[in-house]
Write a protein that binds this ligand. Structure first.
Ligand code: BG6
Length: 484
């Protein structure tokens, strides 16, 4: 089965921060893969813009090396590489001064789709937007793409929104949360809204609780400077886990239009209950033979920033009244997984004598790795000896079901960038959504700061601090295992 290719018009994509880590690691290799998949229209151009002094050839060489390093497979297709390299250009630009802007203006075509990707720190968003405007570069249907972190609290996110709004309409702004570009995250919507089976059960009458786990085995690596100022709450919960929560909990939108979907997500965020500190656990990983401790990684021996967080919240609306939502995420845990578990209620009454175990249906949606869904169902244990019940998984791994070897699945960045070019905002966060997410997050962070809360230490390769297990046990529940 071949992937469906949706043609896009020719475009000019300017990447500010075009020599940076994200551009070299994700954006440009991703675009090169789209080129290989035949989705790059003739005449499409990608313009790297950065401070370094360089010409087109030097930039092409730099990007060819990056693609070789980060996607060796695609770099082996020389015809594709040649074509992709021809589409690359470079402009030396001063984000906070006036140097280079007239060159950029001259290079850009006026009659194609134009997008400006701000792959730079948020402190430069205002400068870039301002200069694009001042030099008469932007046109009403241009698009601007911004990266997370979108602020570090409500006040800074509002400021960023206001800065962008001075020069761009909301319909031109694409705020990336790369989780929304993941194949299976979109599948979450397909599973929920493309099947009649789940909707009648998707509420407090049948669902006991929902767990969202995003576990990583890696530590903070070389990003200590950024991470220590953010922590898991700002880095993961406020955005990625929040988006997963929205997709799992939102009401069915009227259609799949960007605003219909985003309106429903916003309602979920606004209905989130503040988190009580009894329902919050923060942790920091210790050292082991495989690596240094969190504090060593971030070179801050007194850091109180969390590399792990687990919490319980509620969505105060009719559908979810009384249903706890547990979320946890952390670094250097025992396995890498992003999974959502919808745990259904116990049977009200069992007709099978002697069966005292607690059988529960659990729908697990595996976002990564090994994407798929698995439904835990209760069956009779085969063989003689009466009715003994056991729980087994009905497993559907998407790769097996759709012969994924044959399907060319774009990664999150590729998909999102092509959506920018197509003008589809469904998988991007709207300004009010981001602000609402911060409005929920801020009091949690302020709360632990006011209490002088110190994160609990946890062993690398574990499931996080013991208190995270307690968070569940107190409610008579437990976390699903993190698969190694
Ligand atoms: C990023 C975070 O947004 O997401 C990182 O800043 C995290 O800290 C990463 O490691 C996880 O993304 P993925 O796609 O590997 O699950």
């Amino acid at each position: 089965m071949a992937a469906r290719t949706i043609p896009v018009d020719s475009f000019d994509l300017v990447i500010f921060g075009g020599t940076g880590d994200l551009a070299r690691r994700k954006i440009l290799p991703g675009l090169c893969r789209r080129c290989l998949a035949g989705q790059m229209p003739e005449g499409a151009r990608i313009i790297g813009a950065a401070r370094s002094e360089m010409d087109d050839d030097a930039y092409r060489k730099m990007i060819a090396e990056a693609i070789e390093e980060f996607d060796p497979k695609v770099s082996k297709d020389t015809a594709c590489m040649d074509r992709f390299m021809c589409s690359l250009h470079y402009v030396e630009i001063d984000a906070t001064g006036d140097g280079g802007w007239p060159d950029l203006k001259e290079l850009l075509r006026k009659d194609v789709i134009r997008a400006f990707y701000f792959s730079v720190g948020p402190s430069l968003f205002d400068d870039l937007a301002e200069r694009l405007h001042k030099h008469g570069i932007t046109q009403p249907d241009d698009r601007v793409v911004v990266e997370k972190p979108f602020g570090r609290d409500l006040a800074s996110a509002r400021e960023l929104n206001q800065d962008l709004a001075k020069h761009f309409d909301e319909s031109q702004i694409y705020r990336i949360d790369h989780y929304l570009g993941k194949e299976t995250v979109q599948n979450l919507m397909a599973v929920r809204f493309g099947n009649v089976l789940f909707e009648p059960l998707w509420n407090s009458h049948y669902v006991d609780h929902i767990q969202i786990t995003v576990a990583e085995t890696v530590g903070v690596g070389g990003r200590g400077g950024y991470y220590d100022k953010s922590g898991a709450m700002r880095d993961m919960v406020q955005n990625h886990l929040m988006q997963l929560l929205c997709l799992i909990a939102m009401e069915p939108p009227n259609n799949f239009d960007a605003d219909a979907v985003r309106d429903e997500k916003l309602k979920v965020i606004r209905a989130l209950r503040p988190v009580d500190y009894h329902h919050l656990v923060r942790g920091q990983y210790e050292a082991d033979e495989d690596g240094p401790s969190y504090r060593e990684d971030v070179e801050n021996p007194r850091s109180h920033t969390e590399s792990f967080i687990a919490l319980r919240t509620h969505i105060d609306n009719w559908r979810w009244a009384g249903v706890p939502f547990y979320m946890r995420t952390g670094k250097r845990l025992k396995g890498r997984t992003s999974t959502i578990d919808v745990v259904f209620k116990d049977l009200g009454h069992s007709i099978f004598p002697g069966d005292e175990s607690r059988h529960r249906n659990i729908l697990s949606i595996r976002l990564q790795p090994n994407e798929g869904i698995d439904l835990q169902v209760t069956i009779k244990e085969p063989g003689p000896g009466g009715m003994r019940l056991i729980d087994v998984p009905l497993d559907m791994t998407f790769a097996d079901a759709v012969d994924a070897e044959e399907v060319d699945l774009p990664d999150a960045y590729e998909r999102l960038i092509m959506d920018v070019i197509r003008g589809n905002q469904t998988l991007f966060m709207r300004g009010d959504e981001v602000e609402a997410a911060w409005a929920w997050t801020d009091p949690i962070i302020e709360g632990w700061q006011a209490r002088g809360d110190v994160p609990k230490l946890y062993e690398p390769g574990s499931t996080g601090p013991e208190d995270s297990q307690m968070l569940m046990h107190r409610d008579g529940r437990r976390w699903r295992d993190i698969k190694v």
